[in-house]
Design a protein around this ligand. Structure first.
Ligand code: ADE
Length: 277
């Protein structure tokens, strides 16, 4: 985006397990969006909330048919970019790696450790090579708005935290869980990378609400993580997530704006780029 340009924000929502719709969305329409990288997880739901344009993508597809390692992350981000999305709010179920982040807590994270090993991670993998900065991998402008809206709604949300992204689909071993705790990680999940790095390559602002569903397996006083316990807490989290989304869309999209103060919308200007011969 150039210096004098003014954009009308379009808010993209990527919903994880348990979130398949946006409350109060008007002029709703599910549309198929094709991309040069193939098809996204599902059709995208277009609509308006308080006049703000929004686009919703169910990350795993409606009915949750696609596991984390099989998601076409490039097509998902490309479909949102093609649809004009400027800001992505990613909603993701996670396990907690810290005592003080109990199930039900929302963490608006600010860092990642990426331990995924089997994913297609860059739009720049043939021809033109680009190395973008991921020093601050999330949009702090969007993150601050999320925290402010959560506070207004009385939703317990922690600002900052490191999200360990694992390949899955199995949960961690106890030794891995303990290791990640020694690394200072806050939460663990399976989906936010390369989603966040691809959003950065696409110059889309991206922030995550990590919704804690369980204590992972390190916490000896809690049961080892089971799918049932994760789904049960996720259902309780989803009502809060829907309220937060409803508040954050008008807060992010209410008026036109210039450059993002966090710089995400011009990430490629600062990237190291090698053009093909
Ligand atoms: N998603 C929800 N809980 C999780 C956990 N404990 N590990 C990885 N992903 C998760």
């Amino acid at each position: 985006m150039s210096e004098n340009e003014v954009v009308e924000p379009v808010i993209g929502l990527v919903g994880g397990s348990g979130l398949y719709d946006i409350d109060g969305l008007e002029d709703k329409e599910w549309r198929t969006v094709e991309t040069p990288w193939g098809m996204p997880s599902d059709q995208l739901l277009f609509g308006r909330l308080d006049g703000v344009k929004c686009v919703f993508l169910p990350r795993h597809g409606r009915g949750h048919p696609i596991p984390p390692s099989r998601l076409n992350y490039k097509a998902n981000i490309a479909a949102l970019k093609i649809s004009g999305v400027t800001d992505i709010v990613s909603l993701s179920a996670v396990g907690s790696l810290k005592e003080e982040l109990p199930p039900g807590r929302f963490v608006i994270i600010d860092q990642f450790i990426d331990r995924t090993i089997a994913r297609d991670k860059s739009f720049f993998d043939t021809g033109c090579v680009a190395h973008i900065s991921m020093a601050d991998p999330l949009c702090n402008r969007v993150g601050d708005v999320l925290k402010a809206e959560a506070d207004k709604l009385g939703i317990e949300a922690t600002r900052k935290g490191t999200y360990l992204v694992m390949e899955g689909p199995q949960f961690s071993t106890r030794a891995e869980s303990e290791l990640y705790r020694t690394w200072g990680c806050s939460v663990i999940g399976m989906t936010n990378m390369p989603e966040a790095s691809l959003a950065r390559e696409a110059e889309i602002c991206y922030a995550t609400v990590a919704m804690v569903t369980d204590y992972d397996c390190w916490h000896t006083e809690h049961d080892n993580v089971t799918v049932e316990s994760v789904v049960k807490t996720m259902q309780a989290n989803s009502a809060k997530a829907k309220a937060l989304v409803k508040a954050v869309i008008p807060a992010l999209g209410g008026k036109k704006r210039g450059l993002c103060s966090a710089g995400c919308d011009r990430a490629l200007e600062y990237a190291l780029i090698t053009a093909p011969d």
